[in-house]
Design a protein around this ligand. Structure first.
Ligand code: NCD
Ligand code: ZN
Length: 344
């Protein structure tokens, strides 16, 4: 196939950051996505409807001229989140709330240290039909980093789903065969997002031949067998798996550091990379479901009506981009050749 046309896709998980950075991140995403679920782990985190609406205004102001891109806002759940916060968020058009285990990832210090403390909030979310988005990793020191997703599923997610069977839950950026099987077997109230990096890479790409800080993200890349399970999941065409880039920019100096930040900046090329993966899997006919249909269906939002066309054409991902503050950032797979390109 030399050309493929899809209903315009949406990105169901990404990080725009705030301030000046929005002038880079928002146009990059608006180039090919109509909507995006915007993660609330800014500094400070987005913890109530008022903050979400302020943040939304800043994002809208950073759109390119004429863009109709729509950010879908989320709340960050903390020990101080009240039932009223959820009710207000829903009434204000906020789309979902995000649970981070404390200390799990970038800017998660404000998070709740025990998920059980949030059960009264989850009850309200279930009643309000307000989706819960989960970073699914335990953070206990004694649990190996490669096992943290599986242990979270067994310890936290199974009891949660049993207690709140009608709470819509997205297990974000899944990385393991265990998560694929759990989601595939779960009720229709559960779904998962999958990133380009977890489809394209495994932990060898992080650690063999020298440490590769730009391939470091959380949950960390797993062994090849898990990567294959994720690829099979998207190739299956199951509506429970949909697109979420987890594009998470960090300046070059914070990635290439003695204690480097987690996150891959993939907004620039994510759609082309997903297309490459589906082609490798001989499943290009499944791409539209993953990228453009299953996400809005799960979130009970209308599907987009415009279309986007990708053509088979090589291009090179830039080695670096200069951010509005003058600092360089290294995009995901910098310098590599991509085989698909959005038709302008
Ligand atoms: C994300 C970030 O930098 O905000 N990093 C990442 O590696 N994915 C946070 C997250 O989604 O875990
Ligand atoms: Zn994320």
């Amino acid at each position: 196939m030399k050309e493929i046309t899809l209903l315009t896709p949406d990105d169901w998980h990404l990080h725009f950051r705030s301030g000046d950075m929005l002038k880079e991140t928002v146009p990059a995403t608006a180039r090919c996505f109509q909507r995006a679920i915007v993660m609330p782990n800014t500094v400070p985190p987005i913890t109530n409807a008022k903050m979400a609406l302020d943040y939304k205004r800043h994002i809208l102001a950073a759109r390119p001229e004429g863009s109709t891109f729509e950010p879908l806002m989320t709340l960050y759940l903390t020990n101080d989140t009240s039932s009223q916060d959820i009710i207000d968020a829903k009434a204000s058009g906020v789309t979902a709330a995000k649970y981070y285990p404390a200390g799990a990832t970038t800017n998660s210090d404000a998070a709740c240290s025990d998920m059980l403390d949030l059960y009264p909030i989850f009850k309200v979310m279930e009643e309000q039909d307000f989706p819960l988005l989960i970073h699914g990793e335990v953070t206990d020191n004694e649990i190996d980093i490669f096992d943290r997703e599986k242990v979270f599923i067994d310890r936290n997610l199974l009891p949660l789903v049993e207690k709140f069977p009608q709470l819509r839950i997205v297990l974000e950026h899944i990385t393991t065969q265990d998560a694929v099987e759990f989601i595939a077997d779960a009720s229709d109230y559960l779904a998962a997002t999958i990133t380009p990096q977890h489809l394209m890479l495994n932990r060898n790409d992080l650690l063999v031949g020298g440490i590769q800080p730009h391939n470091y993200c959380l949950p960390v890349l797993k062994r090849n067998t898990h990567q294959q399970a994720l690829r099979q999941a998207v190739a299956s065409g199951s509506k429970k798996f949909f697109l979420g880039t987890d594009s998470a920019p960090h300046e070059k100096q914070h990635k290439e550091s003695a204690c480097g930040c987690a996150g891959c900046y993939s907004a620039l090329n994510a759609l082309e990379l997903y297309t490459t993966v589906f082609e490798e899997l001989d499943a290009l006919e499944k791409l539209e479901g993953f990228a453009s249909l299953y996400g809005p269906d799960f979130y009970k939002l209308p599907r987009n009506t415009s279309t986007i066309t990708l053509i088979k054409q090589d291009w090179q991902i830039p080695k670096a981009i200069i951010l509005p503050n003058g600092e360089p950032i290294v995009p995901f797979l910098a310098g590599k050749t991509v085989l698909w390109k959005i038709k302008e």
